[in-house]
Design a protein around this ligand. Sequence first.
Ligand SMILES: *Cc1c(COP(=O)(O)O)cnc(C)c1O
Length: 255
Amino acid sequence: MNILHVITLYNRLKDNPDLDVVPRAVIFGGKAAPGYFLAKLIIKLINSVAETMNNDPEVNEKLKVIFLPNYCVSQAEKVIPAADLSEQISTAGTEASGTGNMKFALNGALIIGTLDGANIEIMEEVGRENIFIFGLDAETVEKLREEGYNPGDYYRKDPELKKALDMIRFGNFTPDEPDLFKPIWDKLIMDGDKYLVLADYRQFINAQEQVGRVYRNPKEWTRRSILNTANMGKFSSDRSVLEYARKIWDVKPLE
Ligand SMILES: *Cc1c(COP(=O)(O)O)cnc(C)c1O
């Protein structure tokens, strides 16, 4: 979904190179298990999108994409304190993010995120108005799945989403291998879109526009940033180890 947002920004800039947007460098870090074909292909897609955009003088002053190879703690130590925005956008109920978001918030980044994993606990600490929450909650995800979710409806009804997906499908970023990313398109449109990416896309785009508006107001952005850092106390390891000791290990601290 993150790369779909990037492609959407790219298309808006291509349609209107004078578009007044906040310049962004979007940095991806992550790894795929060796046998996880689709995750590998998504990494390849991010790199192909990066190559296209970073070499396009019409957009590369306003939009850059970076995929960090071999993401690890040493890289995280540099990237996390430098980040303005942390994107914690897993489908609600899959609980994909537990600690990355805490590291970002502690270091002054604002979070754009779904109601999933530790985003929820962070929201409770920093206040709903100081975190960019979007998308379906876990209950609605369940309900939508039960009622019969049809990603094709979202694809057909949303021209920006359709355009981004078709660019992936028809080799816009890999003209030499036009069918390379077909499995991604198939997974999202033909194969049920297990993670409901298409259902959250429009809300994500809208929330990102809100991010851009707040970023233009440095006083407000800084206020939220300070509140994020100041309210991270609950996530200290002292508290969490003590809680484990009491509730799970049933051991008492030494006097
Ligand atoms: C924190 C961290 C993770 C785990 O992040 P989650 O958001 O908890 O999934 C993985 N890799 C590195 C290098 C980290 O620093």
